[in-house]
Design a protein around this ligand. Sequence first.
Ligand SMILES: Cc1cc2nc3c(=O)[nH]c(=O)nc-3n(C[C@H](O)[C@H](O)[C@H](O)COP(=O)(O)O)c2cc1C
Length: 287
Amino acid sequence: MSDAGKFVSSPMRDNWYQRSSFLGSSFALITSVSEDGLTNIGPYQLSFPFEVNTGRSWMVISRNTSNTATNVWRTHKCALNFIEYDRDKIDTILKFGYPGQTTAEKMAYNTFELMDSPTPGREPDERHPQILADAYQVYECTLDVKRIEENPILRDSPSAHLLLNIDNILVKEKWMAHIDGTKDSMPNIPLTYGFRGGATFWFGEVQPAYKLPIPDMGPNHELVHYEANRMDEEVKFTWEACKQLTGIPNAFLQNVLGGIVKQAKARGITEVDEDFVLALNKERENS
Ligand SMILES: Cc1cc2nc3c(=O)[nH]c(=O)nc-3n(C[C@H](O)[C@H](O)[C@H](O)COP(=O)(O)O)c2cc1C
C-alpha cells in the first residue's frame, strides 16, 4: 500500500455532505420577505447553478421550515447575495444560520447594510426583498412553481428543493470589468466547510485568486466539432470531418473553420463531411 494511507468507508448519516464527508464551497446569503414585510437573511451553502445553457436557473436545498423556504413558497421571490470574505462579518453569518429565529430577531443584530434593488419591478414590497449593499453580485430570482409541481423529486422531497429562475444578475460595476478574466483579481469569495460534530461550524479564509493560461493540448475532434458547429447556423460539420481537422494549431482553428464554412456556402453545401474536407485539402495542395 502507498504511503498516502488506506481509504475507509464513511457511513450514511443524514446531512451526509457535512457529517460523512468534507464539502467546501461558497454560500449565498438569501434575502426574502417575511410575512410581516421585513427582509430576512439566511445563509445557504447548498445553492448551485442548475441549468446553465438554455436558461439561467439555480437550486437551493433548505430545511423545509426555514424562514427562507417559507417566504419563497409564499412570495415566489428572493435574491441570492454573494459577499466577499470579511472576518468581521462571519460571526453575523453564523448567527443567521442558527435555526428558529424570527426575522425581527435576526435583523436586531444584523451588521449588513440593506438597500433597495435598482432593477425596475424589483422595488421592495411585500414580495420583493431588499438586497445586500455589501454584495459583489446578486441573483434576483423567481421560484419555478410549475416545474417543481411537475417534478416528483422536487415536489415530494422532505427538504425544500427550490428551483429558482434567475431573472436578473446584478454585478458591482467595479467587478464587471473582471468578468472576462483579463484583469488581475477576482472577488475574495468566502468558503464554508459546514457544521461539524454538533458544536462547530467551519469557514475558510481564501488566498487571492490567480490565473493560468489554458494549456494548448492541440485541438481534439470534440473541441473542433464544438467550435465548427457554432460558426454558422446553416453549415454543420460531421464527426468524421472534424477528425480530419485535429492537426490545426488552436491559434488558427477559427480561421480555418471559417474558410471551410465560406467554401461550403459558395458551393451550396450545408453538411461538411470527411469527403468535403479531403477535397478541399487536395485543392489546396494542387493550387
Ligand atoms: C454558512 C452556512 C451555510 C448554510 N447552508 C445551509 C444550506 O445549504 N441548507 C440549509 O438548509 N441550511 C443551511 N444553513 C443553516 C441555515 O442557515 C439555517 O437553517 C437558518 O435558520 C436559515 O435561516 P432562515 O430560517 O432565516 O432561512 C447554513 C448555515 C450557514 C452558517
